[in-house]
Design a protein around this ligand. Structure first.
Ligand SMILES: *Cc1c(COP(=O)(O)O)cnc(C)c1O
Length: 364
């Protein structure tokens, strides 16, 4: 179905590929798991796979069924299950499709021990909890894990951990210290770095890095932009002006009348609302671009529409191109800036784009 309502999400596979290449330049000695969970952060898992099919060292997903679909879709690289298996029933697929699986608890090891055989190889990422306190083994639980692993000589093991604040003040060194203490005399492969660590903490690159958000051209940092690193936005959310109102000073705009015009204003109504995935909490002044000019939202975001200030863009009428974020037909607005204004992060904006928004492939 072609939809005449003008909102579109543009996805640029070439940008994903360029961003992956930047990962490889920054961490030249490491292999990279291209993290494509959450439908490639809203960009479409298969689009990301197509973009990286010839160059990704591996792909990382959450669901076992999804990993199997990737294998059946012809992906030959290693595929990592980032949270490991969720039930004993997953072991058969792990073995049959040579999936690499995280193990973060004794139960998972137990399921693998019962469901696999010494003569079939098994690739495991043993997850250490070094301070994130979400998943993984600690000094208290690691000895039993090692014990269980000794009964699986067929297992190739990578040691792994995840950083809680690679983007922030406390950094990674405190977790690195814990990682080294837990790893002891381990000489095998290690995987630690997410995008923030890849970009800011080269001492964490090790054998496998795990880039997610940077592949999609957004920054993991509040204080440094994606463009600063040479990352290219892979997503643009575009729409058009579908209504214009000239309002007098004192008129209020939208539900709840939370914006009052301080002077006569020209207001544009954009075909984009929270049911398209635009954040409802975005306040007055959240940036967007109309016909190549930056402006801001006005009033509350509705389900299907939002309002913006066209007072300084007199040429923009019905049909004028609008870019909500990314490098789009209406102009250029970093998703990170929209996210910051709305009190969230670009990760959430990308993942929230609704299925009703038609996708257009390629650069604008
Ligand atoms: C999602 C995820 C990543 C990617 O993180 P980004 O911040 O998007 O780079 C890396 N490792 C694990 C374990 C993850 O779950």
């Amino acid at each position: 179905m072609t939809v005449s309502r003008p909102i579109r999400v543009h996805v640029a596979p070439a940008a994903i590929r360029d961003n992956y290449r930047l990962v490889k330049r920054l961490a030249p000695a490491a292999k990279a798991w291209a993290v494509i969970k959450a439908d490639a952060y809203g960009h479409g898992q298969w689009r990301a796979v197509a973009a990286l099919r010839d160059e990704a060292d591996g792909f990382a997903v959450l669901e076992c069924e999804n990993a199997v679909a990737l294998r059946q879709g012809g992906v030959t690289q290693p595929i990592l299950l980032l949270e490991g298996i969720f039930s004993p029933a997953d072991v058969a697929a792990v073995v049959e499709h040579r999936l690499t699986t995280v193990v973060h608890c004794h139960e998972q090891l137990d399921w693998l021990l019962r469901g696999s055989r010494h003569d079939t190889p098994l690739s495991l990422c043993l997850k250490l909890n070094t301070g994130m306190n979400r998943l993984g083994f600690t000094a208290a639980t690691l000895p039993l894990a090692r014990e269980l692993l000794r009964r699986m000589p067929q297992a190739e093991i990578t040691l792994m951990t995840h950083f809680a604040e690679a983007d922030g003040e406390s950094g990674v060194d405190w977790q690195l210290e814990r990682f080294r203490a837990l790893a002891g005399d381990w000489r095998g492969p290690c995987s630690l770095a997410n995008s923030a660590a890849i970009l800011r903490h080269p001492q964490t690159h090790a054998d496998w890095v795990r880039p997610g958000i940077m592949l999609y051209g957004a920054s993991p940092f509040a204080d440094q932009s994606a463009a600063d690193f040479g990352l290219r936005p892979a997503m643009a959310l575009d729409s058009q002006i579908i209504g214009v109102q000239e309002v007098a000073a004192g008129e209020r705009v939208g539900y709840g009348g939370v914006f009052t015009a301080p002077r006569p204003m020209r207001i544009g109504i954009v075909a984009c609302g929270y049911a398209d995935g635009y954040p409802r909490q975005a306040p007055n002044g959240t940036p967007l671009a109309v016909a190549g000019r930056r402006t801001g939202t006005l009033g509350r975001v509705s389900m299907d529409m939002l309002a913006c200030d066209l007072s300084d863009i007199p040429a923009a009428g019905i049909g004028a191109p609008v870019t909500l974020w990314g490098d789009g037909t209406g102009g250029s607005v970093p998703a990170d800036e929209v996210a910051a204004a709305a009190g969230t992060i670009a990760y959430e904006l990308f993942c929230a784009v609704a299925p009703r928004v038609p996708v257009v492939l390629g650069e604008r």
